[in-house]
Design a protein around this ligand. Structure first.
Ligand SMILES: [Zn+2]
Length: 320
């Protein structure tokens, strides 16, 4: 009998912990099949024999062999869980994000491999399944990229030109209450026109909530479904509880992270970077191990193939 090892708390411990192939396998099995019933991905029956020398299962019903990586973002990757799980740990816990160069060095893989791992892991931690926001919700937009990367949309409007290479990003921030910390949801938008911004608010914020925006005209009309509080930044930044300071602070954190870590963020890939930053922000009160566990559940059922990633990038670059 092996002695039970404590779940890691630091990166060094995580690397050591997951370097043991059996421990890494056991961990993934407990995430994938929490009730202990290893299920065949083909026939969905739970009657499989474990082939311990190869660490795979053979289904007794349909004869198909499968590993714990099937149907996860790790499928089709020749890299073992001893690389994937520490990579996951590093990405969810790096405050300002991590570059593919750094990740490659830390794991002993090429920068190209690390780049692909980063993108797959970002897919896993996308905030798509997050519940609707409610209560007090701040809504704001900003531009990322190009010369105006650090410019608020209000300032940009004052200048009014040179929009090339800047990507508008919309943010929602649900303020914290009763021990719950605030959380954000980000979206790359095509324009900051009314239709697109308001659709996003209506899809993601519960009716009747208090919504705080600046005086951008695109937000006119939200009062039909929400208590719409407007703070005109030409006049002041705070009026009682009416402000968008939570998001303003988040924008500055985000821009610092992007500038400090990444050489450039292509518009097509931007949404994944944003989801990664939003995830870390929303889980900021969690421990490193807690963030790791929160993120790892996104691994299941999400796959991203290299060709698809590159193909999409190519086609999108061509149209922007
Ligand atoms: Zn089967």
């Amino acid at each position: 009998m092996k002695t039970k090892i404590e779940f890691p708390e630091t990166l060094t411990e995580a690397i050591k912990y997951f370097a043991d192939a059996d421990t890494a396998l056991q961990f993934m099995v407990s995430i994938r099949w929490p009730d202990g019933n290893v299920t065949c991905p083909v026939c969905k029956k739970s009657n499989a024999a474990f082939l311990s020398t190869r660490r795979i299962w053979k289904c007794r019903e349909c004869g198909k062999q499968f590993s714990v990586k099937v149907g996860t973002i790790f499928e089709d990757s020749p890299l073992g869980l001893d690389k994937w799980l520490p990579a996951f740990w590093m990405i969810v816990n790096a405050k300002n994000g991590i570059s593919s160069c750094e990740l490659g060095r830390a794991l002993g893989v090429t920068q190209k491999t690390a780049w692909f791992m980063l993108h797959r892991i970002r897919l896993a931690i996308q905030s798509g399944s997050i519940c609707r926001f409610a209560g007090n919700v701040e809504v704001d937009e900003t531009y990322i990229g190009g010369k105006a990367r650090n410019m608020h949309v209000g300032k940009w409007k004052a200048i009014g030109r040179g929009m090339v290479n800047k990507t508008p990003v919309m943010g929602l921030l649900e303020r914290g209450s009763k021990g719950k910390s605030s959380r954000v949801m980000l979206k790359v938008v095509k324009t900051v026109r009314r239709g697109e911004l308001q659709d996003h608010v209506r899809q993601n914020v519960e009716k009747g909530s208090e919504v705080h925006t600046d005086a951008l005209r695109s937000y006119n009309g939200l009062a039909q479904d929400y208590v719409h509080n407007v703070i005109d930044h030409a006049v002041s930044y705070v009026r009682g509880h009416v402000h968008t300071n939570g998001l303003e602070n988040f924008w500055s954190l985000l821009k610092r992270a992007i500038r400090g870590t990444y050489v450039s963020v292509e518009p097509f890939h931007l949404f994944r970077y944003l989801d990664e930053q939003a995830f870390r922000f929303n889980e900021r009160k969690n421990s490193d191990a807690g963030r790791f566990i929160a993120g790892i559940f996104g691994v299941i059922g999400k796959r991203l193939q290299y060709a698809k990633l590159i193909g999409q990038a190519g086609s999108v670059v061509a149209t922007t």
